[in-house]
Design a protein around this ligand. Sequence first.
Ligand SMILES: [Zn+2]
Length: 450
Amino acid sequence: MAGDARGFYATLELDSSASAADIKSAYRRLAKEYHPDTGRVRDGGARFQQIGAAYEILGDAEKRADYDNLSEQADQADYSEKRRPLSPIRCGTCRQITAQPRYIIFWRVISVVLATTRTPVQGIFCSTCAAKESLKSTAITGLLGWWGFPWGPIWTVLEGVKNLFGGVQNKEHEEALLWHNALAFADAGKVPLSYALAERLLSAKNGEIRAGAAQLTTFYRSQGFKPTGTLKNNWINNPAQFLAKLLLLSMVPVALTAAIMYSDRSSPEASYGVASDLSEAYREPTANSLEAPADDYNASEPATPTCTRKVENGKILVGAKRLGEDGHILQISNGSSGDAIVKVRSTDTGNLLASFFVKQNSESQLSGIPDGSYKIQYAIGTQLAENCKSFTGMSAVNEFPNPESLTTTSEETFEGTLVKRKRLSYTLYAVPGGDVAPTSISPEEFESGT
Ligand SMILES: [Zn+2]
């Protein structure tokens, strides 16, 4: 882990991987040692004040995260100038280099004899260590958090839910870490990794990072490097882990509720009374609401129904769920005489993988295409039909002649597997031309399986 911009960690004689408990005990020890009242220190309490100022920031989980972020950015500030080479960021837990680090705060809520404490576990994590810590903090909180009053249940729910969703994260801080790594891998001569990180940061929230990433990718392109690799995202939420955490977190209240309901059932009056009330209350509105809308349906139907929504350039019309988070990319420039619907079909089965919309004189891409062999078809039209997924009339329906075979290859580097994927690029012309001339197909073939 990197910097200490204003020397707060140094003031408390710690480094930036210190735990919340370390910080607290260092503060107590030093505050006692440098307290002006002891008469042993002759600096008029200056050191004591520094210690207090450091603790005010580092003793608060969120202020500490902001401070770590600031230190990170200060580290990169001397980029462009003659800076010392950066080294890639390591996970604060396992100390391995990680290509895609994140700064996360997990909370542990523990109640002991009605008193409840919250302890942050924070720092830079690799995805593996983050998943472990998330599970651990959830288990501790789920088992030990509930038993205090009133804060036990309140904090358990509030902080437990944060852990459930992977802890408290900050997008800008993540960008700063990735940008650090983009520069560090550049220093280390690992261009593909650096390039992949910089490409991802082209859409960063932070303007400076966005500009830096644009500069770096332009530089790589000018050096003749091709952006063939994208980084495999290691941070995708695992549904099984989510369920396990949910179970851990809700075990105690579920068990308690079950126990209470079981004891309730033994008194028949109470439970039967409730049941009959509910069923009557629900029956009436259902009967009414079924009749009401039936009349409205026949009211108005336009003669030639067209799409009433505004469909954005690049909108995926069919198959969004079949596209992955990673995958190959199909880039389309539409220079034709109308809007285009582009379809990607399996060469073997003819089944539609996905279709998307590219406005006239616009460019767009479909990403996340899984491995396979595909043919690419497109139709040109001006008016989308009622379903917003096809045209009311098509002026051209074509297919590119050569099936595209897409295969992922990968190269192992640190935690970040550099996955190499294809980026296909086609231009649709008003008049036939270009390197690949499309062949005309029937509208039926185009519409099949939509
Ligand atoms: Zn780790």
